[in-house]
Design a protein. Structure first.
Length: 757
């Protein structure tokens, strides 16, 4: 019975036997290398007991010099061995004593991983030799076939006597490693100042895989001279990684160039097709051009007529009615409402200037002054919307809205429904309704796979977005218009409209919630397809910075207005400047990040929408300056004496027509001297115009966005969501009036107490 000189670990025995079978020349094994490349070793490549041969059986190891990754950097093959050692996770070797059994040393090598070597030391600490996988193969001398039971010998493992099938060669595993190592006198070494190319040349000439690194001008047996061991596979992988990187960059560049060429070709082809189509439809184009010319000529003739001189007020209302009809039915006529708004504004000011107090057919100084005042008012709103929309676009480009996904994690659909409603409500108080709707509907595509259920969730998003936007001066465009026009101020908007808006949200949610099944739902970290990982919803650090700064820029505008007294658009433009400077600093020197900068965001803005606001507001300004809106207000007050009812009707009308011109007209109908800032009329108009648009899907920009993104039909929304929106609308009005009554009662009681005292 042969016994080991030391007690061996059973795990290491089995691991070493596994390595032995893997190294058997009867098997073909693979050595993976960096970059996905694989070197295959076959029988015969390791047959020599003394000489190591490369995977290609003796062919030159050194590769052709590759181009440097960057022109100013040193190539991998030119790096020094000292740098390679610093980049390694370890010194590249394990320590072993000369009397340790071979199998124990092989266990250490397995623990360390591929490419490790064992440096063997004497009892006094002097280096005695090196033991590698090549020396292990010498121990086995071409591993024989699987042993049989007759060849078994007993080996003591962890104090337990077990029978293991080992043949005569297997017995060598428990002999001293010092009997099989390469002695120190035969060790090939190098210094840390040698290059990778020189080290590989040395390995090739000496037919070795491991190269011992020592200090300059020292011997391996000198104390403290040993620095480490480098493995040929690591050096080759270093060069391979560089070559692969160069090839990948080259291929990427070629793909980009090819894509550009393809794009130019497609653009050229598209122009050719457009020209061909123009030739084929030339007659139709001529007809349309002739029709438009006739319409313009007729307009000019009408403007020159005597009837128009005597009925210019009626003419202004007719133009406004026709223009408003074109805005409502823009999808039918395929006209952009911005174009209609601009033409309408021009015609109204022409009629007003030419036929009211006309002087030689030209506008009077008074009318020019009125036009300048209205232009300044309209520009305030347009610049405010421009700056705010740009900030939101930059935040979205940096994936800033991914922070919302963390707040939506739940395992219940009804809870998810409530969470989405609440988050949308508060987000729309800071951001514009349209952006919040687009973001939330995009998230719903990942969270709610069922299309019908997703439509219901989307309807709730529209209601919540419109309700949340009315209680802050920057949440909804109509509230912003009233705020900039000084019909409302910041603090009263929040304190008086938050509760009614919250009641609207709660009432509509209560009506729709029973329609949502409380089934188990996938968390927000996973997509509907189940393929995305949770990490994909994580936000990059710079995205968090841009999102935070953007939110602060938006929230600081009301504070800026309150403390400085300057117009809100100036504060919003300053906020845009801060975000612009921040993104320029974050992405300085990177052309690839150009889409994340403000100029790219400006290109994505809805310029047509801003011009639409400009045209409509300037049109309403013409009606206001000419006194037409004041006359309408007097007629409306005589017909409907209750101002609360008028505001309610305006909200219902906003479900059918655009609320921007409705609110703009209302601003011109009622004078601030009669209805001062923060009057109940202005607050109720802000609430009704904002939330009334939720009753029909076409009543707000959020609803139209839902129709486009989710293909929600008008009748589906009318059947499934309009009742909930109407209930919320009425409940909010009731909450506002009750709130005012309670506050008035408290004020009356307080005044009564003062007089009584």
């Amino acid at each position: 019975v042969m016994r080991t000189p030391r007690r061996l670990g059973a795990g290491r025995v089995l691991a070493a036997v596994g390595l032995l079978l893997a190294l058997s020349p009867s098997a073909c094994f693979q050595t993976p290398s960096r970059g996905g490349l694989t070197a295959r070793h076959h029988q015969g490549c390791c047959s020599a007991p003394r000489h190591w041969r490369h995977a290609r059986c003796g062919k030159p190891l050194l590769m052709a010099s590759s181009a440097a990754p960057n022109g100013g950097e040193r190539r991998a093959i030119e790096q020094t061995i000292g740098v390679v050692l610093q980049d390694q996770l370890s010194a590249g070797y394990v320590r072993a004593g000369v009397d340790e059994p071979v199998i124990e040393v092989m266990g250490k090598l397995l623990d360390m991983g591929r490419g490790a070597a064992a440096l063997v030391f004497e009892a006094d600490g002097r280096l005695s030799g090196i033991f590698t996988e090549r020396d292990y193969l010498k121990v086995k001398n071409l591993v024989p076939a699987a042993p049989t039971a007759e060849d078994a010998i007993e080996v003591e493992v962890e104090g337990i006597i077990s029978t293991t099938a080992l043949d005569e060669d297997m017995a060598k595993l428990v002999t001293k490693v010092g009997d099989w190592m390469t002695p120190v006198g035969s060790i090939i070494s190098t210094t840390p100042t040698a290059s990778v190319q020189e080290a590989l040349q040395t390995m090739r000439d000496s037919s070795i895989r491991h190269l011992v690194v020592r200090k300059d001008s020292s011997s391996l047996q000198d104390p403290g001279s040993l620095l480490g061991v480098v493995y040929v596979g690591s050096l080759v992988s270093l060069i391979q990684s560089e070559d692969i990187s160069v090839v990948q960059r080259t291929l990427s560049l070629r793909q980009i160039q090819g894509a550009k060429a393809t794009l130019l070709e497609l653009q050229s082809r598209q122009r050719d097709l457009a020209n061909q189509a123009a030739l084929e439809s030339g007659n139709e184009d001529l007809k349309r051009t002739a029709l438009l010319s006739m319409a313009l000529a007729g307009t000019v003739l009408v403007l020159q007529g005597e009837w128009l001189h005597d009925h210019w007020q009626l003419a202004m209302w007719s133009v406004f009615a026709l223009g408003y009809s074109g805005i409502i039915f823009e999808e039918v006529f395929e006209f952009n409402k911005a174009a209609i708004g601009l033409i309408m504004a021009g015609l109204l000011w022409i009629i007003y200037s030419d036929f009211d107090n006309v002087i030689a057919g030209k506008a009077s100084t008074e009318i020019l002054g009125q036009l300048g005042e209205k232009l300044a008012e309209v520009s305030d709103i347009c610049f405010f919307i421009l700056a705010a929309s740009t900030i939101v676009e930059v935040m979205d480009a940096h994936q800033g809205f991914r922070v919302v996904t963390k707040l939506l994690e739940t395992d219940n659909k009804q809870r998810l429904f409530v969470n989405i409603s609440v988050i949308t409500f508060f987000l729309s108080a800071v951001l514009n309704n349209l952006t919040v709707t687009i973001v939330m509907v995009s998230l719903l595509r990942k969270l709610v796979p069922n299309e019908q259920e997703r439509h219901l969730f989307g309807a709730m998003v529209v209601i919540a977005a419109n309700a949340g936007g009315v209680w802050t001066p920057i949440g909804d465009v109509t509230t912003t218009m009233l705020w900039i026009n000084e019909n409302l101020s910041t603090v009263p908007i929040v304190t008086n409209l938050f509760f009614p808006s919250l009641v609207t949200l709660a009432a509509s949610t209560a009506v729709l919630l029973p329609s949502v099944s409380p089934d188990v739902h996938v968390s927000a970290a996973a997509t509907a397809s189940g393929g995305a990982k949770k990490e994909e919803s994580q936000l990059a650090p710079r995205g968090k910075v841009v999102f935070t700064v953007g939110i602060l820029a938006l929230l600081s505008v009301p504070v800026f207005n309150e403390f400085t007294g300057l117009p809100p658009y100036l504060g919003m433009l300053c906020g845009l400047g801060v975000v612009w400077l921040l993104t320029d600093v974050l992405h300085a020197g990177s052309k690839e990040r150009a889409p994340l900068r403000v100029p790219a965001a400006l290109e994505k803005l809805d310029t047509a929408g801003i011009l639409f606001f400009f045209g409509v507001l300037l049109s309403v300004g013409a009606l206001e300056s000419s006194g037409q809106l004041k006359a309408l207000a007097q007629w409306l007050s005589a017909t409907v004496p209750n101002l609360d009812l008028i505001a309610t009707l305006i909200g219902l009308a906003s479900a059918v027509v655009d609320n921007v011109p409705l609110v703009a007209a209302t601003m011109g109908m009622y004078d601030t001297t009669q209805f001062p800032m923060d009057d109940q009329l202005w607050q109720l108009i802000a609430y009704c115009a904002g939330t009334g648009g939720s009753i029909l899907v076409i009543g707000s920009a959020s609803g139209v966005a839902l129709m486009g993104l989710e293909k929600v039909e008008f009748l589906w929304y009318l059947k499934n969501a309009s009742l909930a929106a109407f209930v919320g609308y009425v409940a909010g009005i009731g909450a506002y009036l009750a709130e005012k009554a309670v506050l008035a009662g408290l004020d009356g009681a307080a005044m009564g107490g003062i007089f009584a005292s």
